[in-house]
Write a protein that binds this ligand. Structure first.
Ligand SMILES: Cc1cc2nc3c(=O)[nH]c(=O)nc-3n(C[C@H](O)[C@H](O)[C@H](O)COP(=O)(O)O)c2cc1C
Length: 206
């Protein structure tokens, strides 16, 4: 059955994935992208202007979402592109060899929005896409969500607060605010509840 739960994706959470698209000349492109699980067969992506991915998605209206935790795949697809041999054909598109699973998705709606965030005003294309196929390559698939790492990092900072002072203390306070922002953006209810407890405990250092 077509259900994102089969690859461990929960409604409302944002996962770090690697999106593979087709360039105009037919060659593959890969880039890390956040994918929000909207419901059991729909995802939402926020694609910033300027990437090859956004151009390809707008033109092809179809792409693949690779679920992987391979660090080199993330690095290579951020700094450039993995080598041609790292891709495997699927239908008209490509997935990344060695991926734990991939989703074949088709754009339902896309709209350009002006967004203002910490980096200033920019145009973002919001993509709603329907999952058409889920291909599992491994028995155990766990999509990458940053919230648990944030919670652990925040706890480490919290337990070090008694040991630091001056600039380091300031840096930890700053990091704590940033981690809280991320956990609340990408996490689920339990992550947010956990982060709230940490922030409450941390408030004595603010
Ligand atoms: C973990 C991670 C998540 C990312 N998520 C997004 C995202 O959701 N939207 C986006 O526009 N860029 C995102 N980026 C940045 C793009 O991956 C980056 O701009 C990339 O170079 C674009 O490659 P391309 O031009 O081949 O598409 C992310 C980067 C990383 C490392």
């Amino acid at each position: 059955m077509l259900n994102l739960e089969s690859v461990g994706m929960e409604r409302g959470l944002l996962y770090e994935t690697v999106v593979t698209t087709r360039n105009e000349d037919g060659t593959p492109n890969a880039a890390p992208m956040g994918v929000i699980c909207k419901n059991e067969n729909e995802v939402v992506l926020y694609l910033h202007q300027g990437s090859q991915t956004v151009m390809n998605v707008k033109r092809e209206e179809k792409f693949l979402v690779n679920i992987t935790k391979d660090p080199m795949v993330f690095v290579e697809s951020t700094l450039g592109n993995p080598s041609q041999e790292s891709f495997e054909h699927f239908d008209n598109g490509y997935y990344i060899k060695g991926t734990d699973a991939f989703l074949v998705v088709e754009v339902l709606r896309m709209r350009d929005v002006e967004r203002e965030d910490q980096f200033g005003v920019s145009t973002t294309t919001v993509i709603n896409a329907k999952v058409q196929e889920i291909v599992k390559k491994k028995d155990h698939v766990e999509p990458l969500n940053r919230a648990i790492y944030g919670v652990i990092e925040a706890l480490v900072y919290l337990t070090r607060m008694e040991m630091v002072s001056g600039d380091m203390e300031k840096l930890y306070r700053h990091r704590m605010r940033e981690i809280s922002r991320i956990v609340n953006k990408v996490g689920g209810l339990e992550h947010k509840r956990a982060m709230k407890r940490i922030s409450d405990a941390f408030s004595k250092y603010e």
